[in-house]
Design a protein around this ligand. Structure first.
Ligand code: PGA
Length: 255
């Protein structure tokens, strides 16, 4: 299976010109790397211009409204994203949960809409960061809330991103998790899936790691961790660093 490397640009950069330049540099840098699936997720205003520029990398979005189209001020619907060919959509990112009050119920509706319509949600889980929290317990809770009522038949495209909240670079004193811990988390995530959907479904889900990934540590989160890729925030804004991550993932065996 190809490793999956996702660039989450968050609310960056500040102009369409800079977004296009960044996309062009990424495209140029990853030309010729065939064994890695690369996704670029720009902010909404730059989706369309960036979509026209990408040839090798795929387009992703950072969120999606669960409604189809209609009177939902400020929302961008899954259907609009699908029309732009943004197959991958990040949902439930910790920055949205913590800063914008996104709830498990909202994440569940987004997940359901995206899966039902053949898109590929990247569901982020990683605890709340509260002192003394039982992180695996909290991840189990997040997963169960997100997966409520989801049909096993629609699961095929789902990607789960294990992003421990303290590892995400937007948090003070952030530091990457260890590959050993990420490995344990991937097993735990699959166990929760197995409990709900059965062993076969659990084995087919792609699980990736996110949180302070850079070109030096990227391969360690893929090789031997039962994880199939990485979700990259800050480092994806530096084209050299991001291309270095893709190069590091090339040749690793994501299984
Ligand atoms: P980071 O962000 O790589 O800057 O830690 C990851 C993410 O938030 O998806």
């Amino acid at each position: 299976m190809k490793s999956l490397i996702i660039a989450n640009w968050k609310s960056n950069p500040d102009s369409p010109e800079r977004a296009l330049l960044l996309a062009r540099k990424v495209e140029h840098g990853i030309r010729g790397i065939k064994d890695v699936e690369v996704v670029v997720a720009p902010p909404y205003p730059f989706l369309f211009p960036v979509a026209r520029m990408l040839t090798r990398a795929k387009l992703g979005a950072q969120d999606a409204g669960w409604e189809d189209i209609g009177p939902f001020t400020g929302e961008v619907s899954w259907r609009q994203l699908k029309r732009l060919k943004a197959h991958y959509v990040i949902i439930g990112h910790s920055e949205r949960k913590l800063r914008l009050g996104e709830t498990g119920e909202m994440i569940n509706k987004k997940l359901d809409a995206l899966l039902k319509h053949g898109m590929a949600p990247i569901l982020c889980v990683g605890g709340s960061g509260r002192q003394g929290e039982d992180t695996p317990g909290k991840i189990g809770e997040e997963l169960r809330a997100a997966l409520r009522g989801i049909s096993r038949r629609t699961l095929k495209n789902l990607v789960v991103a294990y992003e421990p909240i303290w590892a995400v670079s937007s948090n003070p004193d952030s530091r990457p998790d260890t590959p050993e811990n990420a490995f344990r988390a991937s097993l735990y995530i699959r166990r929760v899936f197995a409990g709900i959907f059965g062993r076969n479904a659990a084995e087919r889900i792609r699980v990736i790691y996110g949180g302070s990934v850079n070109k030096k540590n990227a391969a360690s989160f893929i090789e031997g961790t039962q994880m199939q890729g990485v979700l990259v925030g800050a480092a994806s804004l530096n084209p050299k660093e991001f291309v270095g991550i893709v190069q590091a993932a090339s040749g690793t065996t994501a299984n």
